[in-house]
Design a protein around this ligand. Sequence first.
Ligand SMILES: [Zn+2]
Length: 142
Amino acid sequence: MSLEDVCLACGENGESLNHIFLHCPFARIVWFGTHLSYRTPSTDVNLLQWLNQCFMFNNREDHQLLAFMEVVLQVLWRCRNLRVMEGRKVDPYAAIKMIYSSWNLYSLSFANHSHITNHYYRPSPKQTSGQLFILCLIRESQ
Ligand SMILES: [Zn+2]
């Protein structure tokens, strides 16, 4: 098993979380290819800074946006794991399909079960679920 620190999507050295989620050409295509059409920042901005900028620019209480961005991050991570652990190549357009498939399931399940409280997507007033998700990422990378 190779332990080289190389991104299998683009071949660049140094597969950091910032690279996987923001700076990799794969991630850039995916973020731009969603209905958000987000252009990810240059390499001097990290994931946390960028997410904060997104929520400063948009309505901070927009939980739909927050939930959708979490789906994008989860799919980018899933695609990275498919490359690393299963040696599979995932097309960015297939990743975008995965995002909308997950998003539709999420929307459908909450439309059918509106009485269910989702603690993950309904954060306390003091902490947004985006912050929780980022905390999980940071903990896992340590
Ligand atoms: Zn890459």
